[in-house]
Design a binder for this molecule. Structure first.
Ligand code: FES
Length: 163
């Protein structure tokens, strides 16, 4: 997936055309597969892509949108180079993860579900990631941070800003 990052708009569109072309004959049955491959190219599934997929597979945009918004592994917004997931599962929530999320939003100047203009960071609140013993927990890509307090957040994010 990484090597698609620097593709131009036209190159991505051509790649999308190939993906749809490969699965066209299967129509609706291929929807999940096509969406997954398209997200690998684009990093997320903007409306423009959903329209192309719908047209290519002969189904409605509403149906495509329904699937994209239902499954959490599909994203409607671009992901940053660093995706920050703040766990709002029960164990983390009772240990104050909302305050962690608020602090991340404050430091980066974006809200949950958004991406910074330079595409470096995006934030997403998530459900339990299975590390409740470390609550409250946040992940930055594959790095897990536990037993967090809001005052630790600026220093943690600074490491990635400089990276
Ligand atoms: S509730 Fe946050 S890791 Fe389980």
């Amino acid at each position: 997936m990484g090597n698609t990052k620097n593709m131009t708009h036209d190159e991505k569109l051509a790649k999308l055309g190939q993906i749809i072309g490969r699965h066209k004959k299967d129509g609706r049955k291929a929807l999940m597969q096509v969406l997954q491959e398209s997200q690998d190219v684009y990093g997320y599934l903007p409306l423009e892509v959903q329209r192309e997929v719908a047209q290519g597979l002969g189904i409605s945009v509403a149906e495509v949108y329904g699937v994209v918004s239902f499954y959490s592994f599909f994203s409607l917004v671009p992901k940053g180079e660093y995706e920050i997931s703040v766990c709002l599962g029960t164990a983390c929530y009772v240990k104050g993860s909302q305050a962690i999320l608020d602090k991340v939003e404050e430091v980066l100047g974006i809200k949950d579900g958004e991406c910074t203009e330079d595409q470096k960071f995006s934030i997403r609140a998530c459900r339990c990631i299975g590390a409740c013993g470390l609550a409250p927990v946040m992940m930055i890509n594959d790095d897990v941070y536990g037993r967090l307090t809001p005052d630790q957040i600026p220093a943690i994010l600074a490491k990635y800003k400089e990276a």
